[in-house]
Design a protein around this ligand. Sequence first.
Ligand code: AMP
Length: 161
Amino acid sequence: EDPVELANRKPDPYRHILVALDFTPHSSHALALARALELVRLHDSKLSLIHAVENSFYPDLGYDPLMIDPGEFAELDQQIHDQAVLRMEQLAKSLDYADVQHDVLWGTPKSAVLSYAEAQKVDLIVVGSHGRHGIAKLLGSTAVAIVHSARCDVFVVRLAE
Ligand code: AMP
């Protein structure tokens, strides 16, 4: 086909945009969210807000009487998850956009975002350039992993150092 004709053809609008929110204390996720909101309005698409919570890693030190019981880690993780669910609900409600769904998933941000994106037929993923895992880097490990493995378009919002 003629590349000029192809380039001039209007691409399909994005129908489902996912934004991966890490809820860092300095609220840098707001920038990625602002961009995602702009894009969903432009394309009239569905918006998904996703946050991933990882299980704490703890070595098997059950024999050490000074160590915390592993069950307490699980409880802490559950509290963190519950907090994130509340935060997500408030955030989704506060947005001036109706077609929003949100989810807090267990797992690494990479696997949570990628599997959600495939299952929910997301056609654009919006991530921040770096967060907790990549403060000192140009591109965080989550952003790199998602760009690498996503089967759809990825929009990386450059966050300030
Ligand atoms: P990082 O890899 O931690 O530097 O984060 C880069 C970007 O990945 C962030 O700006 C978020 O868009 C996304 N991300 C990181 N951690 C999470 C998380 N726990 N849940 C959802 N998205 C995340």
